[in-house]
Ligand binder design. Structure first.
Ligand SMILES: [Zn+2]
Length: 407
């Protein structure tokens, strides 16, 4: 443990809140959330909203369920009287599907503990982090800290499939208006200030059908598409972002052909082109695909491929020179002994709604490692969850301040 960054009642309160965090409680919250299945696609967040809502009500929060037009629930919980500063902590209640249970060493919804690690779907991404945030709220309360500002937990639906039914709904209903935000995705408690976005590109190759025994009479669309796929790295611009690195491209889905004895006249692929902050113009991202098709056509006149962007998710970047970044850094440093580095997040998170749409200074900060997210036997260290909860307790107290005693 290093020395307190600033002396005084706020830092004493921050330590008291952290010390009041109960590791057994974190585990209990996390296991209850994991047992409340919320696979996306395939399920809803209702059971998980119920679990988190019960905990938060018990802790004195006022809660509200905000449903998308399709009925998917997000929980908005307020701790405090609405006074400023106001801080949002965002975590998603949905998980990716558990997949084949036989690939797991234990029931993915049991929340088994093995070698000091909690195993289960959502343990790392990100019901564990939500449990840490709930336990931090409990620590603040148990430490009898009267926060000057207001904490708002946004426990949302549908992050895994783009946030349409979750954080986007909160944005559309005018609920993203806080002074700062923390998105608790797994960063191993490093401080992520930028994330990549994605352009889903569809490419369709057209050929000419012919009898499979006379391929020279047709034009094979799969062959045309193969030429494109093998040269996809040529569409990437030579640019590098200091936190998230370079853009990438990955061919993800392929479909083509109709029968073993027919020359295929159509082949379609879905391409995942990840964009970095600064790549704001879809046309600029698509143009290199068109130029590559043009070059292929010069070499092979039969090539006929159309490309289009099917879905665009912007990248996001926030300033490191903000109060929330400084307070978060200090909170983690107090717990780990060293200030966490500023990093980039390689995936897409709901932070983009706070940063790009609501212009709220935001950090991505949470326990657990993204490399374990979405895997069979997804897990998170109990010590990581405990450190995360302690850091959140400090962060909430540090950012929101302590009310002056009246009289
Ligand atoms: Zn996540």
């Amino acid at each position: 443990m290093v020395g307190e960054g600033s002396a005084g009642p706020a830092s004493a309160a921050a330590r008291a809140a952290a010390d009041a965090v109960d590791p057994d409680e974190i585990l209990r919250f996390a296991r209850a959330l994991i047992a409340a299945r919320s696979e996306n696609p395939g399920g809803t967040e209702d059971a998980a909203v119920q679990v988190a809502g019960d905990v938060l009500t018990e802790l004195g929060a006022t809660t509200e369920i905000v449903r998308s037009n399709d009925g998917r629930p997000s929980l908005v919980a307020r701790i405090g009287k609405g006074d400023r500063p106001r801080l949002a902590w965002n975590g998603h209640l949905d998980t990716v599907p558990a997949g084949d249970p036989s690939t797991w060493s234990s029931d993915p919804f049991e929340g088994a503990v093995t070698d000091g690690r909690l195993v289960g779907r959502g343990a790392c991404d990100m019901k564990g982090a939500i449990a840490s945030a709930l336990a931090a709220v409990a620590g603040v309360r148990r430490g009898r800290i009267d926060l000057a500002g207001t904490l708002e937990l946004h426990l949302v639906a549908d992050e895994e499939l783009s946030g349409t039914h979750g954080t986007r709904v909160l944005r559309d209903r005018g609920l993203l208006d806080q002074d700062a935000a923390v998105v608790g995705e797994p960063t191993e408690l490093e401080l992520a200030l930028a994330e990549r976005g994605g352009a889903w590109v569809t490419a369709v190759a057209r050929g000419k059908a012919a009898h499979g025994s006379q391929p020279h009479r047709g034009v094979n669309a799969i062959v045309s598409m193969s030429r494109l796929v093998l040269r996809l790295p040529e569409v990437l611009p030579d640019r590098e972002h200091p936190l998230v690195g370079r853009p990438t491209v990955n061919v993800a889905i392929v479909a083509g052909g109709s029968a073993p004895n027919v020359v295929p006249d159509r082949c379609e692929v879905e391409i995942d082109r990840r964009i970095v902050p600064g790549e704001d113009d879809p046309d600029e991202v698509l143009e290199p695909f068109r130029r590559l098709v043009g070059r292929l056509r010069e070499e092979h006149p039969d090539v006929n491929i159309e490309v289009a962007i099917r879905d665009w998710t912007e990248a996001a970047e926030t300033d490191g020179d903000t109060t929330i970044a400084a307070v978060s850094r200090d909170a983690v440093a107090q717990e780990t002994g060293e200030p966490p580095p500023f990093v980039g997040f390689t995936g897409i998170t709901d932070a983009r709604f706070y940063i790009n749409d609501a212009r709220i200074p935001t950090v991505i900060l949470g326990p657990g490692s993204l490399t374990l997210a979405h895997t069979a036997n997804e897990s998170v260290g109990l010590d990581e969850l405990h450190t995360g909860a302690r850091a959140y307790a400090r962060l909430f107290t540090g950012f929101l301040g302590v009310a002056e005693p009246v009289g």
